[in-house]
Design a protein around this ligand. Structure first.
Ligand code: ADP
Ligand code: GLC
Length: 486
């Protein structure tokens, strides 16, 4: 089975969030199961040829984006262990080589994002041709590569060799659709009627690449079974695309992500002070003390519950509900550490709490992988009040570290966390997306935390759960097979 996996971000070359985690781990696991897999991604400024041992390839090709033709190159990483696993990096100095993934240094989205990802999508199709990959399935991910099925089907005469190739489009985050103004339409070089009202690319007078991708893909999936049901049922959880999904006449498949245990394992985590496992769970405490010390939480809180959070600071992640509950959470005998960057307004509010509660509320507005590991290892509970969460990776990492998740019961959080009932369960879930419900769950966790034996059982339940990529990969192979045979 030959697969091309297309992603705007790939760990460790260009990770921004969970999509990067998935694109780094899933293809490797698929390759170990015998799938022939090529990942395609842009060569951003962070993709250092020397450090990552990339080979330059002789291929150069021109890609047309309406009024302009961009020359692209291609470099490759070949897995030393597996001849069937490679990554192709699409090169173009102006659009990728001199820039970051989605945003500039100030966190602003690049204004030519539509053209950048259009270029990436069309260049991927060219690279498939020059490398003679002949895939059975092109696995597209999110809006950045959603135009691939559009070109394959709406411009089929340009891609005669790929007419038997199927396309799977996975929705990691349906809230980001790549929408642009109708005035950008000349860059696409697609027939006018595709932009007419109600046509595949048209969306309330604007252009919506994700909508068109859903329309043309052979199959659509998302990253948990619960979220698959949610987006077919509720407009607010599908960011308006519910009817577009239903109109395909096919169900949305739901395959829960895994977590990469070669990176997230307390027994051999190079970033933490004292490695530990389920047998040496008492050693987790050393990591709590070290974390509190590093970030400046007062030692008087060492026996109290420490809440940790690592998240993008955007509405999806439940930051407004968290901020609404914080004043009351801080009335409890607890300390809090939050690592996250995102919207200025949220950063500002969290900074104010940090100023008002020095020594017990710490906020770091950076992107910091070592600190993320330290927080996940050193905290007692891990907070994820997300309004919606297609899957979420950090709660699965937290479970492995005996850090008990407290989360809104939605999407992948509902599929990976089970409510503690005194014996079984591995975390605390609240049903309603509200500050009151969040507060109730935190207070349940605080009470339970002070019953040491019970707490240990709860932690062990989480540490025993297995969210390795193996199971998800097997489900993807079954899905690929199904769409190849369809
Ligand atoms: P999403 O992709 O929606 O942001 P996920 O839970 O799927 O959510 O994945 C987030 C990934 O990004 C995790 O690997 C998490 O550790 C990482 N991450 C998020 N924010 C930060 C940060 N500020 N610093 C370091 N890592 C972060
Ligand atoms: C998205 C989602 C997150 C998911 C990740 C990887 O960023 O917000 O829930 O885990 O993609 O699939």
């Amino acid at each position: 089975m030959r697969i091309v996996f297309v992603s705007a971000e790939v760990n460790p070359y260009s990770k921004v969030g969970g999509l990067g985690d998935v694109a780094g781990a899933l293809p490797a696991e698929l390759a170990s199961l015998g799938v022939d897999i090529t990942v395609m991604t842009p060569a951003y400024a962070t993709v250092d040829h020397r450090k990552f041992k990339l080979e330059s390839s002789p291929y150069r090709f021109n890609v047309n984006t309406g009024s302009e033709t961009a020359e692209c190159g291609l470099s490759r990483w070949q897995s030393p262990q597996n001849p069937n696993y490679q990554i192709g990096f699409i090169e173009n100095e102006f659009y990728f080589g001199s820039r970051g993934v989605y945003t500039d240094q100030n966190g602003n989205y690049y204004r030519d994002s539509a053209r950048r990802f259009l270029l990436f999508s069309k260049a991927t199709l060219e690279a498939i041709r020059v490398l003679n990959l002949n895939p059975d399935v092109i696995h597209c991910n999110d809006n950045h590569s959603a135009l691939i099925p559009v070109y394959l089907r709406a411009k089929s005469h340009d891609y005669p060799d790929l007419q038997n190739t199927r396309v799977l489009l996975t929705l990691h985050n349906i809230g980001y659709q790549g929408i642009v103004e109708m005035s950008a339409r000349r860059i696409y070089d697609l027939p006018d009627e595709l932009f007419f009202p109600a046509a595949p690319l048209e969306w309330f007078g604007r252009i919506n690449p994700l909508k068109a991708g859903i329309f043309y893909a052979d199959a659509v999936s998302t990253v948990s079974p619960t979220h698959a049901v949610e987006i077919m049922k509720e407009d607010s959880l599908s960011a308006g695309l519910k009817n577009v999904l239903l109109a395909t006449g096919n169900p949305v498949h739901g395959i829960v992500n895994g977590v990469d245990y070669s990176e997230w394992n307390p027994a051999n985590d190079r970033y933490i002070t004292k490695p530990y496992s389920i047998e040496t769970l008492q050693d987790k405490f050393h990591n709590k003390v070290a974390l509190m010390n590093d970030i400046g939480i007062s030692p008087e809180f060492v026996q109290k519950l420490l809440i940790g959070m690592v998240s993008r600071l955007v509405e999806q992640k439940g930051i407004p509900v968290l901020i609404g509950a914080l004043e009351r959470i801080l009335k409890m005998e607890i300390a809090i550490v939050i690592l996250g960057s995102g919207e200025a307004e949220y950063e500002q509010s969290l900074r104010q709490f940090a100023e008002r509660f020095p020594g017990r509320f710490k906020f770091d507005a950076g992107y910091n992988n070592p600190l993320a590991h330290k927080i996940i290892a050193g905290s007692d509970i891990f907070l994820m009040p997300s309004r919606y969460e297609p899957c979420g990776i950090t709660q699965m990492a937290a479970l492995k570290y005996g850090t008990v998740p407290v989360a809104h019961k939605t999407g992948g959080l509902a599929d990976t966390i089970t409510q503690w009932n005194g014996q079984t369960g591995n975390g605390f879930l609240f049903d309603n997306y509200s500050a009151d419900d969040l507060l109730n769950s935190v207070s349940d966790a605080v009470v339970t935390f002070h019953h040491k034996k019970t707490w240990r059982l709860l932690q062990q339940n989480g540490m025993q759960a297995d969210f390795s990529w193996r199971r998800s990969s097997e489900q993807y192979i079954t899905l690929y097979q199904k769409i190849i045979n369809s």
